[in-house]
Design a protein around this ligand. Structure first.
Ligand code: BTN
Length: 325
């Protein structure tokens, strides 16, 4: 975890919007000496921040490092609570696993776990999730909505809308959603979302939303079996993108849609989601654990369940499946 003083220091730089902050104001804000300020500036430099120091003017941040440390994410983050507690590790087995432990131990709502690399990242249906170092966003978010567990699948869809809009705004690309949890660009998967629960029979204790996004991975970073079905933001855009900026935007969007959802229910999210959904209106095959259903995807219910009409006009409601079309 990061020093509370450097956290405050970055907040001060964030407020100054690129302007100089004098050593004395930093010392006043942080309640320490100017020598201590200088030491903390040196620590930020070691973390990869480029800081300019000018006599009689003070310090300003010129460049933030291409890492997704808690400092990086906090600098310029515009949320009320999401991402205010950040657990960062350069390498971790799985952010999802860590988030489960933190949630169980009572971490605040909005806590995020983030890593540069996962050694045992996992996807849906216990599949492995390829998470090489510095190339992607491997992040888990803890929410604590006061809701019954049946509503949990909606959170995958809320997160999907947040992720799509973040990619659109930060990268200028046009991703689509494949129900329930895949974000695609030109038919290839760029992001997967894994929503898990800690719940009692009638109430959610916490929801853990895991987001895995291929951001700056190149073709050669993918193993052979993923090359044809996966892509990254950098491959599609033709240039690399700030992962920290993308994370901030995802958190801002997710917080916004979470609040809309709590105030107004699922319907406003459902409309947005359907606007981005690639399979709606198409003939699809849904492979569930009990067998396959073939038919036309009609849309989703208010609970986020997929409705499929088969050739006999029978409507099936599918809670979990892999979709082909
Ligand atoms: C899927 O499409 O199957 C979901 C993939 C979810 C991967 C993310 S990466 C961050 C978090 N930690 C994990 O171990 N998994 C999720």
């Amino acid at each position: 975890m990061q020093s509370p003083i450097r956290k405050k220091m970055l907040e001060a730089f964030s407020k100054s919007k690129g302007e100089f902050v004098s050593g004395q104001s930093l010392a006043d804000i942080l309640g320490c000496t100017r020598t201590a300020v200088w030491k903390h500036i040196e620590e930020l430099r070691k973390e990869g921040f480029e800081l300019e120091a000018v006599r009689k003017r003070g310090y300003r941040i010129i460049k933030t490092p291409d890492k997704v440390t808690d400092n990086e994410i906090r600098y310029g983050l515009n949320t009320k609570f999401l991402g205010h507690t950040i657990y960062y590790q350069e390498s971790i087995d799985s952010t999802q696993k860590k988030a489960h432990h933190l949630a169980y131990d009572g971490c605040p709502e909005g806590t995020i776990v983030i890593a540069e690399e996962q050694t045992s990242g996992r996807g849906r249906l216990t599949r492995p999730w390829h998470s090489p170092k510095f190339t992607g966003i491997w992040m888990s978010i803890v929410l604590r909505p006061k809701l019954p567990p049946q509503q949990a699948p909606q959170f995958t869809l809320i997160a999907a809308v947040a992720v799509v809009q973040a990619i659109e705004e930060v990268c200028g690309l046009n991703p689509e959603i494949k129900w329930p949890n895949d974000i695609l660009i030109k038919g290839r998967k760029v992001t997967g979302i894994l929503t898990e629960l800690q719940a009692e029979s009638d109430k959610i204790n916490s929801i853990i939303i895991g987001i895995g996004m291929n951001v700056n991975a190149e073709e050669s970073d993918f193993p052979e079996e993923l090359k044809k079905i996966a892509t990254s933001i950098a491959i599609e855009k033709g240039q690399s993108v700030s992962r920290a900026r993308l994370i901030q935007k995802i958190l801002e969007k997710l917080e916004n849609y979470y609040q809309i959802y709590l105030e107004k229910g699922f319907s406003p999210i459902k409309w947005l989601w359907e606007g981005y959904a690639v399979s709606i209106g198409k003939n699809i095959i849904a492979r569930t654990i009990t067998g396959s259903i073939e038919g036309k995807a009609l849309g989703i219910t208010d609970e986020g369940v997929l409705r499929i009409q088969d050739e006999n006009d029978k409507i099936h409601e599918v809670y979990s499946a892999d979709i082909e079309f």
